[in-house]
Design a protein around this ligand. Sequence first.
Ligand code: ADP
Length: 189
Amino acid sequence: MYLMILGAPGSGKGTQGTLIAEHLGIAEVSTGALLRAAVKQGTPLGLEAKRFMDQGLLVPDQVILSLIRGILDSKEAARGVLMDGFPRTVPQATAVDQILKDRKAQVDMVLLLEVAEDELVTRLLARAAKEGRSDDNLESIKQRLKVYHDQTAPLVAYYDQQGVVSRIPGMGNVDEIQARVRDAVGGKA
Ligand code: ADP
């Protein structure tokens, strides 16, 4: 089973993704978390990615796709994967479609977390105060929201064409939202 969780920065992809992956017993892959780990370790990948991340820009598609290929080839991914923060561009989505097709698989479901813009900014600023992520400052937040609208939001139409999008209202508390996510996935899992 291949699930994607899609939404703007601050929409709760990480929180909800971890919970639903655990519930389904499948691996979760967060490209943002993988990149942050690489930055922390100071690997060549991390050094390259950091420049983009701190500015609120996307890391180049080729870098992300080689990460994803490695993961889809791993043993942990054998039962399926929940992808959080990937794909983020139409080229990433078409590339992963092809990779899955080569394995006689496809994207089964895209969970779209919908949250109002002013709430996103509030959440990201609160996270900045708590976690100190270097890209959670107002300038980078605005840039990430713009990048989301310009480059990632078009994926909704892309996946709507495949008929796999499930829209989840992302306002409320974590448990309420998780209940909606489980309902949405219920028919498929
Ligand atoms: P958020 O959704 O709050 O921005 P993420 O952890 O998903 O948090 O992403 C943080 C940063 O990591 C992004 O701003 C981007 O620079 C980089 N990144 C994560 N996933 C991708 C991806 N699929 N393609 C390109 N860049 C990515």
